[in-house]
Design a protein around this ligand. Structure first.
Ligand code: UT7
Length: 326
């Protein structure tokens, strides 16, 4: 049996740190409110001359180095992002040229906070079907550029960053065991960026209405996120005849500490197996899972044969899970 095995991980976080105390200086909020409602203390902000492709390229170089894979060996680059460099073409194409991955296809996946698992799923399926041997999967975002920094309901949550993994075709039992993808577009306006594209085109009026910024009904999203991530986590375990006792590391999407603790509790993973870094980086959407995975990996928290559960929820709505044997 051919499986898609993760042979390298990498991440990159911009240098600039924005703490809750920094935000207090220009917004009607407090460190205390942000920490108790979200668990976030600080987040990273990309430099003015840094683009999403730059963050993604740095994370990818680190993942490729760990895997010992040269860029020209890559068959494909799949990137989860909702804050690409351009409306089109795909930011994966910018990363492709930055890396010198001259033999690789490249495309983006737009699934918001579920983007990395959606991208991983597409890549793992392609490897298992025998159509690729080495694929780079990326999650990268500069969300702070689509936030309204006058809207305290949203801007306090988000940060910038990138993570990447190298997937390679291997014989055996180690690798991606399953992925499950879901979507429900009926409530998309609870979490979305209205402009600018073909529905709401760029105009002075649309800018005055602030259509360029991310919008979210936080309270509603919170409830659906907990329910959906719990279901997706259970689905992944059931599909592999496993229980939470089999899981060595749970890497949930880092949206809000209260959400991930509620999900971990429902999945019986409310202990040191649940990886948390939302306090330091906030919500980096499609980048949270590969960043957390890379941190855990480089800290020596993962060993061969470990079972890892990835679980995410985000705009669309989309939600997804993946079970991986390391
Ligand atoms: O990545 C996946 C998608 N995103 C998410 O999963 C995020 C989901 N939602 C959330 O994380 C939470 O709903 C928030 C953190 C956004 C908000 O927390 P909440 O406990 O749901 O608060 P709330 O929206 O019910 O607001 C409570 C109060 C309100 O005041 P009133 O109406 O009770 O007087 C807000 O105006 O807190 C107020 N508030 C703030 N106060 C200080 C909202 N934002 C702030 C703020 N600082 N930054």
């Amino acid at each position: 049996m051919i499986r898609a095995r993760i042979t390298g991980t990498g991440s990159y976080l911009p240098e600039k740190v924005l703490t809750n105390f920094d935000i207090e200086k220009f917004l009607d909020t407090s460190d205390e409110w942000i920490r108790t409602r979200t668990g976030i203390s600080e987040r990273r902000i990309a430099a003015d001359d840094e683009n999403t492709s730059d963050l993604a390229t740095k994370a990818s170089e680190r993942a490729l180095e760990m895997a010992g894979v040269r860029p020209e060996e890559l068959d494909l680059i799949v990137m989860g992002t909702i804050t690409g460099d351009y409306p089109w073409p795909a930011t994966a194409c910018v990363v492709q040229v930055n890396l010198g991955a001259v033999n690789s296809g490249a495309y983006d996946v737009s699934a918001a906070c579920s983007g990395f698992i959606y991208a991983l799923s597409a890549a793992a399926d392609r490897i298992q079907a025998g159509n690729a041997k080495k694929i780079l999967v990326i999650g990268a975002e500069i969300l702070t550029r689509i936030c309204d920094w006058k809207d305290r309901n949203t801007c306090i949550l988000f940060g910038d960053g990138a993570g990447a993994v190298v997937l390679e075709a291997v014989e055996g039992e180690n690798g991606v065991l399953s992925t499950h993808l879901h979507a429900d577009g009926s409530q998309l306006e609870l979490l979305y960026q209205p402009g600018f594209s073909t529905k709401i085109v760029l105009s002075v009026e649309a800018i005055e209405r602030k259509e360029q910024y991310l919008k979210m009904e936080g309270n509603e999203v919170f409830k659906v996120a907990v329910r959906s991530m719990t279901e997706a986590g259970k689905e992944a375990l059931a599909a592999n005849n496993m229980t939470s006792a089999d899981v060595s590391l749970f890497v949930p999407h880092q949206a809000n500490l209260r959400i991930l603790e509620a999900v971990a509790k429902r999945l019986k993973l409310m202990d040191e197996r649940t990886y948390i870094n939302v306090d330091r980086f906030g919500n980096t959407s499609g980048a949270t899972i590969p960043i957390a995975l890379d941190e855990a990996n480089r800290a020596g928290r993962i060993k061969e044969g470990d079972i890892l559960l990835f679980d995410a929820f985000g705009g669309g709505f989309t939600w997804a899970s993946a079970l991986v044997r390391w």
